[in-house]
Design a protein. Structure first.
Length: 394
């Protein structure tokens, strides 16, 4: 039998696998303890046998940080995360973690080793970049603990660098008007105006088809897919979370604009000998091909420069929408739902500085509806209080 399971005690199971012979012909066996139910041990046994069949099995005593990171990418991230997340994690692992600590065997990886690496990295990288590396390394080591390679995640004993708050740029109404004036006549004007009016992400806007646009009595936009560029290729995908898949109401000016824009697109397609269908993209080239996200971002940066504005990214249109909506007194929960955030608490954390700044404005508005206080000249408030309400000290 290549592998077997036996119970050590309640809730603890030992896996025993025959891993073949060493160079001297001596049989080797792999022992591993799994805590939980017998089914958990059985699944782990299946994984180990599969790794032996594929030739990817590494004895735990010799498993390096590099081995674990790559196993985690292929065994967990690739099947449980989006392709963009896989690319992002792979870049962090291959460019930073493996070159710095990949040669350590897992049993040699201590909190001191990791802490020293963070300190050295902060000399040349931002605290935010090193913090992202910490998150990736910690997740991979948690996977290693679940797989039985480690008894404990050493990242739990490390103090990662604290990333400084990312500077958020928002436009006030005057600056938003200046930007739109600079964008007039641009092929990207419709998507810029829609972004400013809805707070949708760039990927969500570029994934919209006319089927997602309801220009009826209650105009709205349905977010059902996104368009990402991965390794030079544009591809449509489902939204990352259930909150991202949502229905967003339109402002009346946006609904009016999109009605006119749709008529323009129909006329353009007619000139090209085509018919505009519900499956056609809302924001696309004249031939109906998807906008390249990189080209859109580049052209937007040029428009920002032409408008005389500084440090404004396309994503900042989303922040601008949220800040203007909150300043107009729209409830944070409604703004949170429009943005597709996981919770209203998350929205309030991001825009807490705006909400706090609105407190003084709110008090002014409240003062406008509350009756004003006044004191009469002969009011008892100007005289000594009666004896029975005077404070008497002991």
């Amino acid at each position: 039998m290549r592998g077997s399971i036996r119970q050590k005690y309640k809730g603890s199971w030992q896996i025993i696998i025959d891993t073949g012979a060493d160079r001297n012909g001596k049989r080797r066996r792999h022992f591993e303890t799994v805590r939980g139910r017998k089914g958990d041990a059985q699944r782990r046994l299946t994984e180990l046998l599969a790794s032996i069949d594929k030739g990817t099995y590494t004895p735990p005593s010799k498993l390096t940080v590099s081995d674990l990171l790559r196993n985690w990418l292929q065994g967990y991230v690739k099947t449980n995360c989006s392709p963009r997340t896989l690319d992002s994690y792979t870049a962090i692992i291959e460019r930073h973690l493996i070159s710095a600590i990949g040669h350590y065997q897992l049993r040699q990886l201590t909190a001191q080793v990791i802490q020293a690496y963070y300190a050295k990295s902060c000399d040349r990288l931002s605290a935010r970049t090193v913090y992202h590396q910490h998150r990736v390394l910690s997740q991979a080591l948690k996977y290693g603990v679940r797989q039985g390679y480690l008894g404990r995640n050493p990242c739990e004993l490390v103090d990662p660098p604290s990333p400084s708050g990312k500077l958020m740029h928002t436009l006030d109404p005057r600056e938003a008007s200046i930007l739109l004036e600079a964008a007039e006549g641009s092929y990207h004007y419709p998507v810029i105006y829609t972004a400013l009016s809805t707070g949708l992400r760039q990927a969500e806007l570029l994934g919209l088809s006319w089927r997602d646009i309801d220009l009826g009595v209650i105009p709205s936009i349905s977010v059902n897919r996104v368009l990402y560029k991965r390794r030079g290729v544009c591809e449509f995908r489902e939204p990352k979370t259930s909150r991202s898949r949502r229905l967003v109401s339109m402002t009346p000016p946006l609904a009016e604009f999109l009605r006119e824009y749709r008529r323009h697109r129909k006329s353009l397609y007619h000139e090209l000998g085509k018919e505009l269908t519900l499956d056609d993209l809302v924001f696309a080239s004249a031939e109906g091909k998807p906008f390249d996200p990189g080209v859109l971002s580049h052209n937007f940066a040029r428009l920002v420069k032409r408008a005389g504005l500084q440090n404004v990214r396309f994503h900042d249109l989303r922040h601008t929408f949220a800040s203007l909506a909150l300043r107009q007194g729209i409830h944070p929960k409604i703004v949170s739902e429009a943005l597709g955030h996981a919770s209203v608490g998350f929205t309030m954390d991001i825009y807490s500085h705006i909400i706090q700044g609105m407190q003084a404005e709110a008090m002014i508005r409240l003062g406008d509806i509350l009756p004003r206080g006044r004191l009469l000249e002969n009011s008892v408030a100007f005289s000594s209080p009666p004896f029975d309400i005077m404070c008497i000290s002991n």
